[in-house]
Ligand binder design. Structure first.
Ligand code: 0O2
Length: 227
């Protein structure tokens, strides 16, 4: 056997190339899928920006305060599939994980949320797959938002592909609340009694915040002579 440094170096290099080739082969389809989701997000974001532009021209105010987009990281996707005992494959991700592509639209007022959702859903290339109204029926935690799972086509060089996108629409106040509550949910090593106390306080804050949203909308209506 040849154990000379040159021989070992050459073979180690071969092994490394083969391993990298294998990793690349497995990763490439996932990267491709994630890029399709990014395209879908671009499409949905543009649709909201167009609505915002048109509305601000017609009514001299913006129904959208800000838009955030995110692609779920692969570790979270894998964790979700594993928890549900589902296969970790490209097909399974597309079929079972509806929030790989997520867009959050933050609005000043509650009625902006429903107006934007209606305007988006009546567009003929958008298909609604699921609608959860956590504003009409808040979660036990106090969480409020309107959730839509939609399907949108993306046009690639040789084909049209339908992609799912999760849309969360909420007011500035709902977003403020959800961000703080999210920190509590993901905080480890925190005393159980303290979690209970904070959760109860958060429920109260959610109600206060909902009533503030309503009062602000009423004030806006008064200013605009809508009431
Ligand atoms: P992240 O990190 O925000 O993505 P799903 O979990 O989507 O398969 P589910 O439970 O039916 O199924 O979805 P649901 O209820 O529509 O909510 C999904 C997302 O809404 C969550 O995503 C959160 O972003 C948000 N959400 C739902 N409930 C709460 C809540 O009580 N508090 C806060 N702060 N956010 C909430 P993820 O994947 O949990 O997390």
């Amino acid at each position: 056997m040849d154990f000379s440094p040159d021989f070992l170096k050459k073979n180690l290099q071969k092994l490394e190339d083969r391993l990298l080739g294998k990793i690349h082969k497995r990763i490439e389809p996932i990267q491709k899928l994630m890029s399709y989701y990014r395209c879908a997000l671009m499409g949905v974001e543009t649709k909201f920006k167009v609505l915002n532009e048109e509305f601000s021209f017609l009514h001299e105010r913006n129904p959208i305060e800000s838009i955030k987009t995110r692609i779920k990281d692969f570790e979270s996707i894998r964790k979700k599939l594993r928890q549900r005992r589902l296969p970790i494959t490209i097909d399974s991700i597309e079929k079972n994980i509806h929030d790989v592509a997520g867009i959050r639209v933050i609005c000043p007022f509650i009625d902006d949320i429903y107006m934007l959702a209606d305007c988006l859903l009546c567009q003929d290339d958008i298909t609604l797959l699921e609608r959860k109204d956590y504003i009409a029926q808040p979660k036990e935690s106090g969480y409020r938002s309107l959730h839509l799972i939609i399907e949108i086509p993306i046009f690639l060089h040789d084909k049209k592909r339908y992609m799912k996108v999760e849309i969360q629409l909420r007011t500035i106040a709902m977003d403020f609340w959800a961000n703080l509550e999210h920190r509590l949910r993901y905080k480890k090593d925190i005393d159980k009694e303290l979690v209970k106390k904070i959760s109860a306080e958060l429920i109260e804050c959610a109600e206060t915040s909902a009533s503030l949203d309503l009062r602000m909308k009423n004030i806006r209506d008064d200013i605009e002579n809508k009431r």
